[in-house]
Design a protein around this ligand. Structure first.
Ligand code: NAD
Ligand code: LMR
Length: 339
């Protein structure tokens, strides 16, 4: 026994804001079970919410203890950003108001953007400089931009917004149409804003059949559906879930947040890209200084925007619409923050 070595990796510090809310409730299990950062990676969890939610959060902490999962080393529930973000390695910014039926996500801007300014400032002061920040709270792209702006000491590449739920929705819709399992469909792209102007684009997507990758467009062979019903269904899927559930998506949003962070942490697979909201560098003629969902590959915890994809005139028009909306959101966010 004496010669046996008991070694375990050092815990990483993972923060979830909005920790008493519905997305966090699904996300926290994935984190504690090792399905995001790996089954050998212990974690210290920091749970941030607002003071009136501390009682509810206490219940979440009890449940986390009762999971009896060995990777979960410490759990800190708090309403104070300083201990929450101190030396953070990975941060899920979920905390914010969700939309209700009949609202667009940008209707949340005035209520939520101030949260992301305050949290950007706190990340700047307390988090590690290589922290990975995933913004889930809506309007996610513009919140991520604002958060990064108020955290100038952290590289802007370390702030991303979640459009993985849209990617997962698009992948599932294509797989269902073709009649294959969802893992056979790859490289569908979400361009632009996580809003009803996003452009879900199957032009570069492939489907694997008999171990060979074929273009999805050929497998479906119905451009009217691909350019019409498919795009609209994905653009409006969040609203459809709200109409049915009377609450916004949570289980699927938490799964997508885990997918996004896992790929950022461990990298993408060969010949595969994923969509993330990232600060635009002007690629594909997109205006700079907006957070725009783009296809990326990831290696060593750094993403690279996929270059050289052919953009049809149809796609160009769609990219311009969603870019314009993001510029408008940016202007509105700046106006709110100057009040
Ligand atoms: P929820 O209302 O269930 O939970 C939100 C939590 O955030 C609440 O506990 C609330 O107290 C907390 N909160 C509010 N202000 C905070 C602050 N300043 N600091 C820390 N916590 C704060 O909402 P939810 O369903 O979990 O959704 C959260 C957000 O995620 C919403 O904005 C929603 O629209 C968004 N969302 C985004 C996507 C996406 O694909 N990007 C998908 C689904 C939901
Ligand atoms: C979603 O896409 O389901 C979320 O962004 C929630 C919403 O408001 O649509």
């Amino acid at each position: 026994w004496n010669s046996l070595q008991c070694t375990q990796a050092k815990p990483i510090t993972v923060v979830v804001t909005g920790a008493a809310g519905q997305i966090a409730y699904s996300l926290l299990y994935q984190l504690a079970a090792g399905s995001v950062f790996g089954e050998d990676q212990p974690i210290d969890l920091r749970l941030l919410d607002i003071p009136p939610m501390m009682g509810v959060l206490e219940g979440v902490v009890m449940e986390l203890q009762d999971l009896a999962l060995p990777l979960l080393k410490n759990v800190l529930p708090t309403a104070d950003p300083e201990p929450a973000f101190k030396d953070a390695d990975a941060v899920f910014l979920v905390g914010s108001m969700p939309r209700k039926e009949g609202m667009e996500r940008k209707d949340l801007l005035a209520a939520n953007v101030k949260i992301f300014k305050v949290q950007g400032e706190a990340l700047d002061k307390f988090a590690k400089k290589d922290v990975k920040v995933l913004v889930v709270g809506n309007p996610a792209n513009t919140n991520a931009l604002i958060c990064s702006h108020y955290a100038p000491s952290i590289p802007k590449e370390n702030f991303t917004a979640m459009t993985r739920l849209d990617q997962n929705r698009a992948q599932a819709a294509l797989a269902s149409r073709i009649g294959v399992s969802v893992d056979k469909v790859k490289n569908v792209i979400i361009w632009g804003n996580h809003s009803s102007t996003q452009y879900p684009d199957a032009a570069h997507a492939t489907v694997e059949k008999d171990c060979v990758a074929h273009p999805v467009s050929k497998a479906i062979n119905d451009d009217a559906w691909l350019n019409g019903e498919f795009v609209e269904t994905i653009q409006k899927r969040g609203a459809a879930v709200i109409a049915a559930r009377k609450m916004s998506s949570a289980m699927s949003a938490a799964k997508a947040a885990g997918d996004h962070m896992r790929d950022w942490w461990f990298g993408t697979k060969p010949n595969q890209f994923v969509s993330m909201g990232v600060v635009s560098d002007g690629s594909y003629g997109i205006p700079k200084d907006v957070v725009f969902s783009l296809p990326v590959t990831i290696k060593d915890k750094k993403y690279t925007i996929v270059q050289g994809l052919e953009i049809s005139s149809h796609a160009r028009a769609k990219l311009d619409i969603t870019a314009k909306e993001l510029e408008e959101e940016r202007a509105e966010a700046n106006a709110v923050l100057q009040q």
